[in-house]
Design a protein around this ligand. Structure first.
Ligand code: NAG
Ligand code: NAG
Ligand code: NAG
Ligand code: NAG
Ligand code: NAG
Length: 472
């Protein structure tokens, strides 16, 4: 009995000691890495004029880089880690004291031990890891670099609070490619980016009051995607298609392609719905290929093609009768909302008309399109939604800090006990850790969690997570 206790306890001490060593090394590495990066970026030039400025921007070849934010972040991580170390130190000392006197530590059961490691060690490490992931190392801005005229984001210096500056700074795409919406960067918007698009905005607002607007929805969309969002209201009449047909009754509309005549096609490569089929390489959009082929769409979420495909029935069974309203933050034609309607769940589907009339199709199917950009705070109140579903949306290209703001917004609108369904989020294998931590940081209850290979280089992450109660 005595030896058994000792084995358990001694192992505990040894684990603690090893952990401490690992942590120490970790802290040192981070400090060194931080210094190293500062030096690389050419920071150690004691320039009196510059150091008096609040916002340090690296001018030559490094756009949008905020030195103060970086050093704050590194300090943050280091202090989190040393706090953790202190705590572990204290625990070790306590255990040592208990060796002579009390028996408390000796009685630590396995479940107590795992809870201790989970709460006191793993969770602080998680947040340190995320804080590290959010550090934005300057990348040489070779493509857009223009000597002598550093790229200045609009109105950033108007604000002094760090968080709003972070929020409204444009986020470049993580992989350097164009986003799903064809943009290089995304503005978390408070409308400030309108100043960058003055010409377009003035063109947009140039109309005769009370008469027909120009046929310029694409100009409005360009402004929104450029961060000029929300757009001003206008006092002119939006144009509609020439021969608008009565929509189909709801029992037919959900799974029938709408009438071509109900869409204004002039700004698309296609001129009818048939042309938008996956089989046509010249359809004009590359996202959600096949989402205009409703026969294929019908198979989704009701037949399991792979491990990463969850079935609606299984998901709703997690909370029988509790899931009634939700948001589908995806790119598509509303098939998810159509399916969920059959389960008596009301889903609002985000839609932008990038390359195809997504909004019109969703509406003509009898579902609700939400015409909102990624830069925008969701127009729902806190703790209201039962479900947020997301697929083919943020995959792999999204900047980590932008994703962070988006996920916190989703967390805000989800109700306690609400479900976040991450549906085949994909990214390259090397990025998976970073993205996983973004989802895990909220410490939702994991009902399902599947990582599977999409290809040799890319992986899928599917998860069904439940927001915990927050009674603070
Ligand atoms: C440790 O366990 C023993 C029996 O298993 C119990 O009698 C004793 O009260 C426990 N001590 C503490 C501090 O929990
Ligand atoms: C994105 O950036 C590249 C080079 O940085 C530029 O050539 C291209 O025109 C940009 N595209 C958009 C849509 O701004
Ligand atoms: C749809 O409902 C209408 C009236 O309720 C009915 O006449 C029609 O046959 C239904 N269509 C289908 C395909 O079930
Ligand atoms: C889903 O796939 C699993 C195996 O991958 C199989 O056992 C199960 O029966 C399938 N369910 C449906 C509804 O097809
Ligand atoms: C949806 O609601 C209708 C009417 O209340 C009911 O008849 C039907 O069984 C419900 N469907 C599901 C899947 O719960």
């Amino acid at each position: 009995m005595g030896t058994q206790l000792c084995i358990r306890r001694c192992r505990f001490s040894r684990i603690m000691a090893v952990m401490q060593i690992i942590l120490g090394v970790f802290v040192i590495l981070i400090s060194v890495a931080g210094l190293h990066r500062f030096q690389l970026a050419g920071f150690f030039f004691p320039n009196e004029e510059d150091s008096s400025q609040r916002f340090h921007t690296i001018k030559e070849g490094y756009a949008d880089f905020d030195l103060k934010a970086l050093s704050d972040r590194v300090e943050d991580v280091v202090s989190q880690l040393s706090e953790l170390q202190d705590k572990l130190d204290a625990t070790i000392q306590k255990t040592d004291r208990d060796k002579k006197g009390g028996a408390a530590a000796r009685n630590m059961t396995r479940s107590e031990f795992s809870r201790f490691v989970q709460e006191e060690v793993i969770q602080p490490l998680y947040s340190a890891r995320i804080a590290l992931g959010l550090i934005r190392i300057p990348k040489p801005d070779t493509a857009g670099f223009n000597p002598g005229s550093p790229v200045e984001d609009p109105l950033i210096n108007f604000f002094t609070v760090e968080e709003i500056r972070k929020y409204i700074t444009a986020k470049g795409n993580k992989n350097g490619k164009l986003s799903k919406y064809g943009t290089n960067k995304t503005y978390g918007t408070i409308g400030h980016a309108c100043v960058l698009m003055r010409k377009e905005l003035e063109e947009y607002m140039n109309y005769d009051i009370g008469s027909y607007c120009n046929d310029d929805w694409h100009l409005a969309q360009k402004l929104m995607l450029g961060g000029c969002d929300p757009l001003p209201r206008r006092r002119c009449l939006a144009r509609a298609s020439k021969l608008y047909q009565r929509p189909l009754p709801i029992n037919e509309s959900l799974w029938t392609m709408p009438d071509d005549r109900n869409v204004r096609w002039s700004r698309y490569r296609c001129r009818n719905f048939k042309c938008l089929s996956k089989k046509n390489p010249r359809r004009g959009f590359s996202r959600c290929t096949g989402c205009f082929d409703l026969e294929e769409e019908k198979l989704k979420w009701v037949t399991n093609a792979s491990l990463a495909d969850f079935l609606i029935g299984d998901v709703l069974a997690v909370k029988p009768g509790e899931i009634r309203i939700g948001l589908d933050a995806s790119i598509g034609t509303g098939s998810f909302a159509a399916r969920m309607r059959e389960w008596n769940v009301t889903i609002v589907s985000t839609a932008l008309n990038v390359g195809a009339p997504f909004s019109e199709v969703i509406a003509l199917r009898g579902l609700i399109p939400l015409y909102a950009t990624l830069g925008q705070r969701l127009p729902f109140f806190d703790n209201t939604m039962d479900l947020i579903h997301t697929s083919v949306f943020l995959d792999g290209w999204v900047d980590l800090q932008l994703l962070d703001f988006i996920l916190f917004d989703w967390d805000r609108v989800l109700r306690p006990g609400g479900l976040l369904w991450v549906d085949k989020f994909f990214c390259s294998r090397k990025d998976l850790d970073e993205y996983m931590y973004m989802f895990l940081q909220f410490r939702y209850r994991k009902h399902k969690w599947v990582v599977s290979f999409k290809s040799k280089e890319e992986v899928y992450l599917s998860a069904l997570l439940e927001k915990p109660p927050r009674s603070l």
